[in-house]
Design a protein. Structure first.
Length: 280
């Protein structure tokens, strides 16, 4: 009988994401309904971003607590670990876009669309002060799965449609695009004072809208460039679906060239939406 060597166990692949303990460096009111929070931390040099609409998870403290509970990610099962934490003390988890990441200065900035004291993330952003503690689940490699803007090489022009919740992602996308790429963008915000100066190429046209849900009609009335487009649509779920329906059915754009994301849904918190996704 010949003995065979038992293969050595294979080490698990390194996760492209990691957990970060962060604190507020400063906060700035950009517009009446947008707050920029700069965050710092001892290991922010590990964090990475693909730019564009790069998503991260933020962990915010529960009422009466100074810091959120962070889940264990040693086995890569961070979400199950998060669910297992005591809901009374773990705090809140919300999805946001990296606005800027400067690893040399160890600074991450996140723009929060705020709507008064309604909702834990809006409350937190409005009252954020230097030293306040938060956590993040974020990429540690630039090539990661947590961004959606991936135009094919043969796209002749870009269509962007968003509301205030996706405005930071639009800014990141515009910064990422070469200056010569034609862009047509529609952005819904609460009022004219919420307009922002965004990066613009040689043929970038941005239409600001101040009526909620008006984006589908505005795009339907627009003269769009000729050639093959790539569309990125994000914001309130029902508006996003209406825009996608118009682009695919009304304009005849290949559905594979329309990237759409419901960032939020009227009457539903992110906690509820995540629970529904887990149950599906």
């Amino acid at each position: 009988m010949t003995e065979t060597a038992t293969p050595a166990p294979t080490a698990p692949a390194a996760s492209p994401f990691g957990l970060f303990a962060l604190r507020v460096a400063r906060s700035t009111r950009l517009t009446p309904n947008m707050v920029r929070v700069a965050l710092t931390g001892p290991d922010l040099s590990r964090m990475a971003s693909a730019g564009r609409d790069q998503r991260i998870k933020l962990f915010l403290p529960a009422p009466g607590r100074t810091a959120p509970d962070l889940p264990d990610n040693s086995d890569g099962q961070w979400y199950a670990a998060w669910q297992a934490l005591d809901p009374a003390t773990r705090g809140y988890m919300r999805t946001y876009t990296i606005r800027t990441l400067d690893t040399e200065r160890a600074e991450l900035t996140v723009d929060f669309a705020v709507h008064g004291e309604e909702g834990p993330a809006s409350r937190w952003a409005l009252h954020a002060r230097p030293g306040d503690e938060v956590g993040a689940f974020a990429p540690v490699v630039e090539d990661n799965a947590a961004y959606e803007f991936r135009p094919p090489a043969d796209a002749d022009w870009i269509l962007l449609a968003a509301d205030a919740s996706a405005l930071p992602a639009v800014a990141g996308i515009l910064e990422h695009l070469p200056p010569a790429v034609p862009v047509r963008a529609w952005i819904e915000v609460p009022g004219p004072a919420d307009h922002q100066n965004l990066p613009a190429g040689l043929d970038t046209h941005i239409t600001w809208l101040t009526t909620a849900g008006s984006t589908p009609e505005a795009i339907a009335a627009a003269d769009l460039p000729s050639g093959t487009p790539y569309a990125w649509v994000a914001g309130e779920s029902s508006t996003v679906k209406a825009v996608r329906r118009h682009l695919v059915q009304g304009r005849g754009i290949d559905r594979r060239r329309v990237q759409f994301s419901g960032y939020w849904r009227k009457g539903a918190s992110e906690d509820l939406l995540m629970e529904k996704n887990e149950a599906a």
